[in-house]
Write a protein that binds this ligand. Structure first.
Ligand code: ARG
Length: 464
């Protein structure tokens, strides 16, 4: 079925083989075939309804398109590069199957608005799928947090021991990040959810099309508003890729922590064998490769976003063939972010928390020094003075090789007479954690509330 190009009318030479090979996009845009056919069927129904083509013609075209979908599903249609792209492959095959009437499908349509529609349909599914996977990862985080509600570890700033926190609180931080990622995707969906067809090549179409009817058939609440913008715009792809880059950034931070926590120096966690891999030379090795790969793939997703920005920079209106390149970055982004969210949702329940190691790590690093200062503040000392006093106490402890809770009341009183017997209640790890009762704090009661609110929030969320 190869042969003449659908656009070859004004050409007197056949396309050079090298040009065919250079311009082809079929090897990647074939992924859009179900969307392409779905869009064509809706377009064809509209053409018949508007009497732009006859009802009988539409019937034949639709039957032909459905047969082609089955051929493509079964892998029976070879993706020969001379067809350039998925649109031309399907159209050529349609004409081959049902004859010249197949040539009526492209009435009032251009490949420029057709590809915009295909991408929009693809992106709607991509956004929905990504949101579902974010939710799976969020549930995995909540499960791990709830299972280890009594685990305490040092919270870090500058990678130095700072203040004790609940592991559940730490994990809820990632839950929040993913929640915002989800919000962003929901916003992106609103802009993806506008039906492009009818923009034609760039200026609209003289045929009496009913764009709103096509939108209704395809489940769009509205149509795009400017034909030139419709064929030239790739914002929604960029927006998706930017949401994906932020998701990956969040996952990479979590993965970095998992890698650190599994190191022999920390031993805060162990990850089940099924989610680790070994070394080809060192028999003793068990490596957190999944976490490392998520971290590594983040770079590629960032790169894809930058590719799209660069592709669009200074591109004049309206359609330019450059835009064909967008799909490589987009598909890779969707596949990568979804596979990373999926593997995280599977791996997190397989993380075993070593609560003993976490707690013993809280014993060093003067994690309750701020609490000691807060004690003085509760006795009306200005915070800045209290900071200075406790700084001196810590300096003394470092010198003596002891912890804050090893200090007797008499020793503490040498640094300030404000210290009284009740100070001892401020120095333990559990007292420190549980004193942070404010909304968003790490106190056990606050964290339990936050966990319940997170669960309830997931249930309440509407899916686009
Ligand atoms: N394969 C093209 C793309 O992905 C489809 C649109 C082609 N339009 C054109 N005028 N050559 O952008």
């Amino acid at each position: 079925m190869a042969g003449k190009k659908p656009w070859a009318g004004r050409f007197s030479q056949a396309t050079h083989k090298a040009v065919e090979e250079f311009t082809v996009s079929l090897h990647f845009d074939h992924k859009l075939y179900t969307y392409d056919i779905q869009g064509s069927i809706a377009h064809c129904r509209m053409l018949a309804r508007q009497k732009i083509i006859a009802a009988g013609e539409a019937k034949k075209i639709i039957a032909g398109l459905e047969a082609i979908r089955r051929e493509l599903d079964a892998g029976k249609l070879s993706l020969r590069p001379e067809f350039e792209d998925i649109h031309m492959l399907i159209e050529s095959r349609l004409i081959e199957k049902i004859g010249p009437v197949g040539g009526k499908l492209h009435t009032a349509r251009s490949r420029n608005d057709q590809i915009a529609l295909d991408i929009s349909l693809y992106l709607r599914d991509a956004v929905r799928g990504t949101i579902a996977l974010i939710e799976a990862a969020q549930k995995a985080l909540l499960g791990l947090a709830e299972k280890n509600i009594d685990a305490v570890l040092p919270g870090f700033t500058h990678m130095q021991h700072a203040q004790p926190v609940l592991l559940a609180h730490h994990l809820l931080a990632y839950f929040e990040m993913l929640d915002r990622d989800r919000d962003r995707l929901e916003g992106c969906f609103v802009r993806v959810n506008r039906m492009p067809l009818g923009a034609g090549a760039l200026a609209g179409t003289p045929h009496p099309v009913d764009r709103e009817y096509v939108a209704k058939l395809l489940g769009y609440p509205e149509v795009t508003r400017n034909s030139m913008d419709t064929v030239a715009d790739r914002d929604t792809q960029i927006e998706y890729c930017s949401c994906a880059a932020i998701i990956m950034m969040h996952l990479s931070r979590l993965c970095e922590e998992l890698v650190i926590w599994m190191s022999p120096e920390f031993q805060f966690i162990d990850i089940a064998d099924a989610f680790c891999t070994g070394s080809s030379i060192m028999p003793q090795k068990k490596n957190p490769d999944v976490a490392e790969l998520v971290r590594g793939k983040t770079g590629r997703v960032y790169g894809n976003l930058m590719s799209l920005f660069t592709l669009l920079k200074s591109l004049p209106l309206a359609y330019n063939r450059d835009l064909q390149e967008d799909k490589i970055a987009l598909f890779d982004t969707v596949e990568t972010v979804q596979s990373c969210l999926n593997i995280m949702a599977l791996m997190l329940p397989e993380v075993k928390v070593n609560k003993g190691r976490m707690r013993s790590a809280t014993q060093s690093g003067f994690l309750t020094a701020t609490d000691l200062a807060d004690y003085l503040v509760s006795k009306k000392m200005p915070f800045r003075t209290a900071h200075e006093v406790v700084g001196k106490v810590v300096g003394h402890c470092v010198h003596m090789g002891k912890s804050l809770w090893d200090m007797s009341l008499a020793e503490l009183q040498r640094f300030s007479p404000v210290f009284k017997a009740d100070v001892m209640g401020w120095l333990t790890i559990d007292a420190s954690v549980n004193s942070r009762k404010c909304i968003g704090g790490t106190g056990t009661a606050a964290v339990k509330k936050a966990l319940a609110a997170a669960r309830a929030g997931l249930k309440k969320r509407k899916k686009p």
